[in-house]
Design a protein around this ligand. Structure first.
Ligand SMILES: Nc1ncnc2c1ncn2[C@@H]1O[C@H](COP(=O)(O)OP(=O)(O)OP(=O)(O)O)[C@@H](O)[C@H]1O
Ligand SMILES: Nc1nc2c(ncn2[C@@H]2O[C@H](COP(=O)(O)O)[C@@H](O)[C@H]2O)c(=O)[nH]1
Length: 205
């Protein structure tokens, strides 16, 4: 039987400012074998953010057209802006046998879980709420009002971590990366065992 192994889908969530982007950048620099989906958003670019690199920046109308045309794997409204994952990229990359990592907020992650239960869901937590506030404030990319909105959303998001397979603390970026890499290795071992079992069960004498 021709059994083509697909890539694994990892979903990384966590409250704004916990360090998802920082940890993903560090994983890239380490050369961890993951592909990163670029999301679509209606949020305005921050200083230094480039279209097609950090996000695909779209108008509300363009975003709604993508929803209507079933071009998004998931989407959500988060603190006044829309965010979504382009479906085609994820499908194609998994079909090529490569692992994909989505860095998305919890409403979107739960949609992925419904439609793609074999995904692996990781929730990144800060050492404390005080440290979260310090990180998002020191980043200096949002106004005080927006920081407050994001911290309010964080309380509800943290409540949702019970729906995730793994909860990883981002105390130090390097340690958080080590833990995520350990999850990737463990999930591949698990997949290899399942495939082996499936092959044995379907073998014809
Ligand atoms: N382990 C860490 N220790 C100290 N500071 C950290 C750590 N991880 C990230 N930071 C800092 O915290 C701030 C927020 O990080 P980052 O932008 O990666 O968060 P995020 O979760 O991607 O946020 P958002 O969801 O808003 O995009 C950055 O200034 C970053 O340098
Ligand atoms: N549901 C989705 N959430 C996404 C996506 N891309 C990013 N995000 C999350 O949005 C918030 C805010 O991001 P920011 O860049 O404005 O700070 C954060 O939690 C991201 O992880 C997506 O495609 N879908």
């Amino acid at each position: 039987m021709d059994f083509k192994e697909k890539g694994l889908l990892f979903v990384l969530s966590g409250p704004s400012g916990v360090g998802k982007g920082t940890v993903c950048r560090a994983l890239r620099e380490r050369g961890t074998d993951l592909q990163y989906s670029i999301s679509v958003t209606t949020r305005k670019p921050r200083a230094g953010e480039q279209d097609g690199v950090h996000y695909f920046f779209k108008s509300k109308e363009e975003f709604q057209a993508m929803i209507a045309n079933h071009q998004l794997l998931e989407w959500a409204e988060y603190v006044g802006n829309f965010y979504g994952t382009p479906l085609q990229y994820v499908q194609d990359t998994l079909d090529e046998g490569k692992d994909v990592l989505l860095e998305i907020e919890v409403q979107g992650a739960l949609q992925v879980k419904q439609n793609f239960p074999e995904g692996i869901f990781i929730f990144l937590v800060p050492p404390s709420l005080g440290e979260l506030k310090k990180r998002i404030t020191n980043r200096g990319t949002e106004s005080l009002k927006l920081i407050e909105n994001r911290l309010n959303a964080a309380r509800d998001e943290i409540e949702m971590m019970k729906h995730y397979d793994y909860v990883i603390e981002n105390d130090q970026v390097d340690c958080a990366c080590d833990r995520i890499e350990a999850v990737v290795v463990a999930e591949h071992c698990q997949q290899a065992r399942i495939i082996e079992k499936y092959k044995r069960l379907t073998e014809v004498d």
